[in-house]
Design a protein. Sequence first.
Lengths: 166, 289
Amino acid sequence: MRDRATTIAAVTALVFSAAVAVAQVMYPQRGNLQILDAPDIAGVPVTTVEPNIALQVMSKKGRWDQVKLPAGAVGWVLESALAAKQGSGQGGLTNVMSLGKPTLDTAAAGRGIASDGARQYAASKHYDPAILQQIFEIRIRARGQWRAFVRTGGLTGAADLAELKP
Amino acid sequence: MSARKAFVRVTCAALVAGVTFASVSAIAQGFGDFLKGNILNNVPFGKQISAVGDAAQALSLTSEQADSIGQSVTMSIAAQNGGLSRDDRLNDYVSLVGMTVVNASPWADRPVHFAVINSPIVNAYSAPNGYVLITTGALAQIQDESELAGVLAHEVGHVVHEHGLAAVRRANLLKAGVSLASTNSSFAQLGAVSDYLVDFLTKQAFDQPAEMEADDSAIEYVTAAGYDPNGYIRFLQRLAVVQAGGGGLFSTHPATADRIKRATADIAKSGYGGGGKRLDDRFRRYTQR
């Protein structure tokens, strides 16, 4: 009987401690941190977060943490981008310069977006802002090919880092 | 003018101007000296992963602001250097190789954009917050994918070490008479620092320590990605041979020799035991040689 109680207590403690360890609150260590829809660099950004946003770590997969945002959205981020302490954040020119941020819609679509600042810069120089859109589209196309590219090249180091499936 | 002399001329012009694999990062050492009491000089090259984000914080720039500067600089350099290549297959290939080395870098969780620009000059550029351009001239001198990975990884190293942001800060404080406070709007401020950075990238020289710092990172990233890190050495050696044969200024310039020596030591320190991929066949297929 005593052994059974001890076992139950030990298992309970183990489960509890594991739950606490996983459900840890972490903070982005840099601004504009992308939250991806998969634990993979080729994942699509679902949103971005700033250093003051508390993220609840739901689970882990290799170097990747599955996190839950305060609003309820869930996604993946590299563990190296998070820390238990809130980052120092940004300041200074923040109040002086007001530049455009990508919208969630465009981020969710995995598309880059020219900032308001870059668009105004292009207009002042008579540059075609389509250059930026073309650059974004190159990355979008490449992202879809990347897994196969790494695999066929036998780039095992990269495959390991990206947890590439065989 | 023979093709060889033409190549030597553009190569020497680019390298002596300090823009071979030019990146804003080369000036970071100087900026660091000014801003942080020479702290950067006391940090071993290639060991500043923990410093990611420091430059942005020192600048008091948000990542959105830094990205706007990076976008503006990228757009300007592309527009002034023949525009983007219309070869989608080539652009995709460069991006794929770039993504592979980025995945082996501390920026694996952040997007870095790669593209090819139509310039005969042997050169590559990086801009703040993850924008890398490589010229068709540089691609013409590359012989396999490991070499391309090395060149791109060098630029990614500049991005990771946030040298571009350091350049922006110096532009604000020291050069060109740029005073953010004197301008009328945030966009004017952005334009001023972007203009300065473009000018610096295309016309001024970079110091050796920052280039070596990016070289260190290049060896680290390509090795981790599974490429033969000697590809980067081979490319540097090829440039040095061409430069010496041309009798240009670079034939007596110690910079490339020093970089080759250091990068070779890096490979030894990395514990690279061989087996890294060169992928010359794939490179030829994508570049249609």
